[in-house]
Design a protein around this ligand. Structure first.
Ligand code: SF4
Length: 374
């Protein structure tokens, strides 16, 4: 609920509407999780709310996996049922934000005189659905199928839970959000965009530090293009193939909305000054990682006429998925070939591979790659 809705709830019980702002402040900024702890409300009111059954629950982190690279993968339980989703904390990001107008040139973390580590590039990877219906062939989440949509509160609540765990000071620390966890945000559009509003207006995060990635859901991109800039995150298209023929195989959703239709829709998004559209590109060994593919991708980016960059990700392995990770050399050759064509290209560093936290690996796996929860 946002400030206005909370104010309405107070009005409905005969209290002052402005109490809504106090409650929102307590939930989203002070991250208080029980009514009794909200000391900005009078004690008698707190008692009354509690007696009336008001609660300020938020999704709970029920399991934590810690990577040797500092990444943390969380199993997070929503409020409505026992289902869990995954959220990932990358203390130094994965370079995915480089070159899209939000990059930082400073260190990933710096230490203040008081000794507090201040965050510069930390990134939270957020889920929007339990499982996913899109069925990208390289992705472990696809194996779950779609179990349900997350509510707006569950999407925003994931972020608040992680901010709280990491002691993030919104306004002082810089945190990026990527809606690239489990699920396709544009197939849960209403809840996704409502969550973004809560995160911007109530939690205080900047939409210019948020990126939403879509597999190419054209009606979703059309709606997204209509959102006001004050709340609109940046857009990434999960391309992953050089042409429709390969993309049909790797991402069957392409048969419904082929590349040209997706790019057409993306052109309607009015980019901010210096903002770029990102094409995410997973390199699958022998399938999408050949130099000729790089030339095709460059042509595609140029044809789009959009200020765009390409983020390369070497495929992260997952059990039962019949692809291979390209060699470091193949990745480098691809990157250079794309760069030589004049396309801005960045390599995303794999984060948390050992705990199944990297891109395409989110399937609520309860082990790490060596078999032990860390
Ligand atoms: S890559 Fe994203 S859209 Fe595709 S199946 Fe996985 S979670 Fe869904």
């Amino acid at each position: 609920m946002n400030v206005a809705e909370l104010g309405g709830a107070f009005a409905a019980i005969g209290e002052q509407t402005w109490r809504g702002r106090q409650l929102a402040e307590a939930i989203y900024r002070q991250r208080i999780v029980d009514v009794e702890g909200i000391t900005t409300l009078p004690k008698t009111l707190r008692k009354r709310l509690k007696a009336d059954g008001w609660s300020v629950a938020r999704p709970r982190i029920v399991q934590v996996f810690t990577s040797i690279d500092g990444t943390e993968r969380y199993l997070i339980q929503g409020c409505a049922d026992g289902l869990t989703v995954e959220t990932v904390w990358m203390p130094e990001g994965d370079e995915g934000e480089t070159g899209d107008s939000a990059e930082t040139v400073d260190e990933g973390v710096t230490t203040s005189q008081a000794g507090r580590v201040s965050l510069r590039r930390a990134t939270i990877c957020v889920s929007s659905q339990v499982g996913c219906a899109v069925n990208c062939q390289f992705c472990l989440t696809a194996k779950l199928g779609l179990q349900r949509n997350l509510s707006a509160g569950e999407i925003a609540g994931q972020v608040v839970a992680v901010l709280d765990r990491q002691g993030v000071e919104v306004g002082k620390d810089r945190v990026n959000l990527v809606f690239m966890g489990m699920g396709e945000p544009f197939l849960n559009y209403d809840n996704f965009i409502r969550a973004v509003r809560l995160l911007v207006e109530e939690v205080g995060l900047s939409p210019q530090r948020m990126t939403v990635s879509t597999s190419g859901i054209v009606p979703g991109i059309d709606r997204f293009a209509e959102e006001p800039q004050e709340i609109r995150p940046k857009l990434a298209i999960s391309l992953n193939a050089p042409n429709d023929e390969v993309r049909n195989e790797v991402m069957p959703i392409n048969r419904k909305w082929p590349i040209e239709a997706v790019v057409d829709a993306a052109r309607k998004v009015r980019l901010r000054s210096k903002e770029r559209l990102t094409f995410e590109y997973v390199l699958l060994g022998g399938v999408t990682d050949q130099p000729k593919h790089a030339v095709e991708v460059a042509r595609l980016v140029r044809r789009s006429g959009l200020p765009a960059k390409v983020n390369l990700i070497a495929w992260n392995p997952g059990p039962g998925i019949p692809y291979s990770t390209p060699s470091a050399e193949a990745v480098d050759v691809f990157r250079r070939a794309l760069g030589a064509e004049g396309v801005p290209v960045y390599l995303r560093r794999p984060r948390g591979r050992d705990i199944y936290a990297a891109c395409g690996q989110l399937k609520r796996t309860v082990e790490t790659t060596d078999g032990d929860p860390r």
